[in-house]
Design a protein around this ligand. Structure first.
Ligand code: NAD
Length: 251
């Protein structure tokens, strides 16, 4: 039977690449995203649901539908995240902080909460959480995002301990700077905050890695398919950076 994989924020960027990579391996894919238009542009062969990952009643409803449709779930990619504000701590509103932490961290919590009982029933499963290099280092001007992404790693470590006895693995991926629209926005905001050019920041993020280049969404997706495969059957509780090896996070 084909693998059943649910990806949050599957409508674009890294989540879309994850859905594509799993679908190319023959998996049944369920993409969840807040953006209806993004989902409408996804292949029709994917199941698609528009919801906000922080809305517990919507997540609960989705899992009722998923249970009826699939009966189980083999892999959850809790990938949704927003960049949040680019500002010094004293300039961040509580509402901005809360929204950033909520999407990045509580969204992952909610999907794990509803996926785990199905995985326990099956006696197997894989949870892949998307953290960030911002969950490994500090990044000036990105307090809520960093705090949330460090939190995602704490969630991963805890889930691995709780779920290992049930045959369920949990791992976190920490992408570095990924080529695409999202980082374009981050560069624009950071250039303003630091009063430097976007190009110098772009080059800096590359030169801050030992491999000297940016990551692609496909690089991250390839790590997700590995983590959901038998090749990694004894890998759990791990935090895997897909970042070209960050040596200086704030060059
Ligand atoms: P993206 O902005 O390209 O795509 C994010 C998707 O998430 C969008 O389709 C958006 O509609 C959806 N989304 C936003 N808020 C949502 C919500 N509340 N509920 C459901 N869907 C929502 O982002 P991306 O670059 O693909 O990032 C994916 C993950 O990777 C995030 O967790 C992000 O923090 C992490 N990450 C990204 C980078 C990078 O450089 N792009 C680096 C490290 C980590």
């Amino acid at each position: 039977m084909s693998k059943k994989v649910l990806v949050t924020a599957g409508g674009s960027g890294i989540g879309f690449a994850m859905c594509e990579a799993f679908a190319n391996e023959g998996a049944d894919v369920w993409a969840v995203d807040i953006d209806n238009d993004a989902l409408a542009n996804c292949p029709e062969t994917w199941r698609r649901t528009a919801l906000d990952v922080t809305d517990e009643s919507a997540v609960k409803k989705l899992f009722v539908e998923l249970t009826k449709t699939w009966g189980t779930i083999d892999c959850l990619c809790a990938n949704a995240g927003i960049a949040g504000p680019t500002a010094l701590i004293e300039d961040i509103d509580l509402a901005q902080w809360q929204r950033c932490v909520s999407v990045n961290l509580e969204g992952g919590f909610l999907f794990c909460k509803y996926a785990v009982p199905l995985m326990k029933q099956a006696g197997s499963g894989n949870i892949i959480l998307t953290s960030s290099t911002a969950g490994l280092f500090g990044y000036p001007n990105r307090a809520p995002y960093c705090a949330a992404k460090w939190g995602v790693i704490g969630l991963c470590k805890t889930l691995a301990m709780e779920l290992g006895p049930f045959g369920i693995r949990a791992n976190a991926i920490c992408p570095g700077s990924v080529e695409g629209e999202r980082m374009q926005g981050v560069l624009e905001r950071e250039a303003l905050a630091k009063n430097v050019t976007e190009q110098s920041l772009y080059d800096g993020y590359a030169s801050g890695t030992s491999m000297g280049k940016w990551v692609t969404a496909a690089d991250v997706a390839a790590t997700a398919t590995y983590l959901a495969s038998e090749h990694s059957r004894m890998v759990s509780g791990q935090v895997i950076a897909v970042d070209g090896h960050t040596v200086n996070p704030d060059p």
